[in-house]
Design a protein around this ligand. Structure first.
Ligand SMILES: [Zn+2]
Length: 480
């Protein structure tokens, strides 16, 4: 257990005795605002704005790999969509990042049983030399097993990690699945491997479809070709390895970093009536991986946030504070949009009333948790009461992390929620050609919009703040 800072201890003692200091009064939400929020929630549950937005994005733009031609078209789409929805202010903020391209990818067992394999190159993987890379495969069951390996056993070989990701409602095993994908290639490279393969970080077992995703490579000079095998192809490779004969595999990847790219976060605002400079920040990421059309990752998140703002816009009166919807650039290859945003806006963190991002598909939100100051817990309770009838349980123990890109702003001190979606099936489709619009249930998406519209509006109307300040939540455990 971490030691409890004295200030926190003092604050909880104050809370326990029901006294809030004059300098830090209890934050509450008026009965009028609660009533409006309930109406907003009920309207949103029956509204299809969110679905129409994600349908438009995935149909008119389709895949949106960061830095591709479609990236620019997606930004143009987002600007036009915010305007069409009636947002008061629409603008972009530049984000620079390395430009990685995928041209082609093939692999085949050369010996002992020649046959091709289905795989997908990973983000920041370099290409193989002309004519491909042919080498022996060495298998590990886990990242730890590779960590423990003698470099001599790995040198010049293609390292394969066969970790199988487990299904869970909260998707927690992606922690390990993604660690194998990001950390495995880096570790293999430092031990002298020639290439890296993993069993896809996905929970589908029967689809001959690979799950792509980013690696931890950031320096092209220290990178080796890296790719993910589909789960059935990983099974096949493991069966062949089980014969106990040396297995030789040919990897032929044409991909790599080709320069730097300047993209942008696209931002739309519903301007606050009383405190326009104070913002509730919500969003999703506009980029997607290239095999699918980025419906669940993260067209859904962009649509949920945009639609929530639109529903608040449609109220008879503007909210007290500004609702800021951010469509982040290049989340997939390393939170580039989120990090650029947090670096640019760290100095204004106290103006961020509350925030969180949707980036876990389109399943219903079932859990809420918060990182706020103790004097704002009453207001979070009020939000939880309005969200309970649509299936959201308030977990008072867990911190709120702010979602993927906005976790960076939370790291600077923004008060944040976590709104956990049902991710039971998310990793069946995540980062694959199966990430398409048909995976989204319009009613479940509407529930998400209702949750985002309700909490955003209530936070915007609150009498008082949620404790955002430089470094405010540095020890809340959200990043663990
Ligand atoms: Zn995502």
């Amino acid at each position: 257990m971490r030691p409890v800072p004295l200030t926190l201890l003092a604050a909880s003692l104050l809370l326990a005795t029901g006294i809030a200091s004059a300098a830090n009064p209890t934050t509450t939400i008026s009965a009028t605002a609660v009533k409006t929020a309930e109406q907003l929630r009920d309207k949103a549950m029956l509204d299809d704005t969110g679905y129409r937005i994600v349908e438009s994005l995935t149909t008119e733009i389709g895949p949106r790999l960061a830095g591709s031609d479609a990236d620019q078209r997606a930004r143009d789409w987002a600007v036009a969509k915010f305007k069409a929805l009636g947002y008061d202010k629409v603008y972009t903020e530049e984000v620079k990042y390395p430009l990685w391209v995928r041209r082609s990818e093939h692999a085949a067992i050369v010996a002992p049983f020649p046959q091709s394999l289905v795989l997908s190159a990973l983000g920041y993987s370099p290409g193989t030399p002309k004519g491909g890379l042919t080498a022996q495969v060495v298998k590990f069951d886990s990242l730890d097993a590779l960590k423990a390996a003698d470099p001599d056993s790995v040198k010049g070989k293609i390292v394969y990690i066969g970790y199988r990701m487990q299904r869970a409602k909260d998707g927690h095993d992606y922690g390990m699945g993604s660690a194998v994908r990001t950390g495995g290639p880096v570790l293999a490279q430092t031990k002298g491997a020639a290439g890296f393969l993993l069993r896809s970080a996905g929970t589908d077992a029967d689809q001959r479809i690979a799950h792509t995703g980013v690696t931890g490579f950031r320096d092209p000079a220290k990178a080796i070709p890296a790719a993910a095998l589909s789960n059935p192809d990983a099974d096949q490779l493991e069966r062949i390895l089980a014969y106990g004969k040396p297995v030789t595999l040919k990897l032929d990847l044409d991909c790599g970093v080709v320069g730097e790219y300047t993209g942008a976060n696209v931002i739309g605002e519903i301007t606050g009536r009383k405190h326009p400079d104070q913002v509730v920040a919500i969003g999703g990421h506009l980029d997607s991986w290239d095999p699918g059309t980025g419906a669940i990752d993260d067209g859904a998140g962009v649509a949920i946030a945009m639609a929530a703002g639109k529903l608040i816009h449609d109220l008879p009166q503007r909210p007290d504070r500004t609702i800021r919807v951010i469509a982040f650039a290049n989340e997939e290859m390393g939170l580039w949009g989120g990090r650029a945003y947090a670096d640019k806006h760290a100095g204004e963190v106290a103006k961020f009333q509350l925030g969180t991002e949707s980036d876990f598909g389109a399943g219903p939100v079932w859990r809420m948790s918060a990182s706020v100051k103790p004097q704002a817990r009453d207001a979070i309770d009020q939000i939880a009461k309005v969200l309970a009838p649509i299936g959201v349980a308030y977990d008072t123990k867990k911190p709120g992390g702010g979602g993927s890109d906005l976790s960076q702003m939370h790291g600077k001190g923004m008060a944040a929620l976590s709104l956990t979606q049902d991710g039971t099936h998310y990793f069946d489709w995540h980062h694959t050609s199966n990430d398409t619009l048909d995976k989204i249930d319009p009613k479940q998406l509407a529930q998400n919009v209702a949750v985002y519209a309700t909490f955003s509006y209530m936070a915007a109307q609150a009498d008082g703040d949620f404790g955002s300040a430089p470094g405010a939540f540095a020890n809340d455990g959200a990043g663990e």
